[in-house]
Design a protein around this ligand. Structure first.
Ligand SMILES: Nc1ncnc2c1ncn2[C@@H]1O[C@H](COP(=O)(O)OP(=O)(O)O)[C@@H](O)[C@H]1O
Ligand SMILES: [Mg+2]
Length: 263
C-alpha cells in the first residue's frame, strides 16, 4: 500500500487555500522574492522565511521590525533570527542580500508571522494528527503542544523543542469552555484540511498540521506535513490515545502489526 507524501509546502498551501472554509486559517504565504519581502514587512511587520521543501525547522528564519528601546532616536532596523542567533539590517535591500546569501538557489517561501503564545517565555504551537480511519473517514486523533527551546523561533522537537499536553499549555489562556471550543475547532480544521488535500492526493492516509494560536486566540495552519511523527503521542497521553493512532496506522500500512503472529 502506498501512502502519499507531498514535500512542497507551496503545493499543499495552494490546495488547502482552495477550500473557502479553510482560507481564514492560512496565513498569507507567497514564494520568496524581494518584492514579497518588502510588501509583507510593510503589511505585517513580522514574517517567516522557510524552505519550500524543509523539515525539522531547518532553514526557518523570522524577521521582525526592531528599534533600540534604550535609544529612542535609533532608526528602525530589521531583525533576522535563525537558530539562537540574530542579525540587524538597516534596509530591506541589505536584509534581502543577506537572505539570498543564506538561501542560495533553493525555493523558499515567505509567510506572515504569527505571534505565538508562550509558556515560561518560550513560544509554543500545536501539532494535530489527522488519520484515515479503518472506515475510510478522516479523524483528528491527537494533539501535542510543542515548545521552542529558549530564544528559538522554531518549536520542532528536532530543533531542541519539548512537548507538553495542550491542556496544560492553554489553561492559563483559555477557560475550560473556551478550551473545549478551540479543541473542537482544531479537530474540525484538521479533518477539513485532510479532506481537501485528499481530493487532490487520493492516496493520502495521514497528515500532521502545525497549528499556531495567536494572542487573540485565533488559530492558524502554519504548515501541513504528510509524514507526521507518531512517537510524540506515546510520551504524555493516556495509552488509549496512542493505541488508536497505532491501530489506524496499521490499517493503512504505515506501521506493522506487532501482535500478528510470524508465519
Ligand atoms: N508563520 C509563522 N509564524 C510563527 N511561527 C512560525 C511560522 N512559520 C513557522 N513557524 C515556526 O517554525 C516552526 C517550523 O516551521 P514549519 O513551517 O513547520 O517548517 P518545518 O517543515 O521545518 O517544520 C513551526 O513549527 C513554528 O514554530
Ligand atoms: Mg513543521
Amino acid at each position: 500500500m502506498t501512502i502519499q507524501r507531498i514535500a512542497s509546502k507551496w503545493e499543499k498551501t495552494k490546495v488547502i487555500r482552495q477550500k473557502e472554509s479553510l482560507r481564514p486559517y492560512i496565513p498569507d504565504t507567497r514564494k520568496y522574492s524581494f518584492e514579497h519581502l518588502r510588501d509583507m514587512l510593510v503589511a505585517y511587520g513580522y514574517v517567516f522565511v522557510k524552505p519550500d521543501h524543509g523539515t525539522y525547522g531547518i532553514g526557518v528564519m523570522s524577521i521582525e521590525l526592531w528599534t533600540d528601546d534604550l535609544n529612542p532616536d535609533s532608526p528602525l532596523q530589521y531583525k533576522l533570527r535563525h537558530g539562537i542567533e540574530y542579525e540587524l539590517y538597516p534596509t530591506v535591500e541589505e536584509l534581502h542580500a543577506a537572505l539570498i546569501a543564506k538561501i542560495g538557489p533553493k525555493p523558499y517561501l515567505i509567510q506572515k508571522g504569527i505571534h505565538l503564545l508562550t509558556y515560561r517565555r518560550r513560544r509554543f504551537d500545536i501539532r494535530a494528527l489527522v488519520q484515515l480511519t479503518p472506515r475510510k473517514t478522516w479523524e483528528t486523533t491527537g494533539f501535542i503542544g510543542r515548545i521552542a527551546a529558549q530564544q528559538k523561533v522554531i518549536t520542532n522537537y528536532h530543533g531542541g523543542g519539548s512537548v507538553m499536553l495542550i491542556e496544560d499549555l492553554l489553561s492559563s489562556y483559555l477557560t475550560p469552555k473556551e478550551f473545549t471550543e478551540k479543541y473542537k475547532e482544531m479537530k474540525s480544521v484538521g479533518v477539513q484540511a485532510a479532506v481537501q488535500l485528499s481530493r487532490k492526493f487520493p492516496k493520502l492516509k495521514e497528515i500532521g498540521l502545525d497549528i499556531a494560536i495567536d494572542e487573540q486566540h485565533q488559530i492558524w495552519i502554519l504548515e501541513v506535513n504528510t509524514k507526521p511523527a507518531l512517537f510524540p503521542f506515546k510520551l504524555l497521553h493516556p495509552k488509549e490515545v496512542y493505541q488508536k493512532i497505532r491501530r489506524y496506522a496499521v490499517a493503512y500500512g504505515r506501521l506493522k502489526d506487532k501482535s500478528a503472529k510470524a508465519k
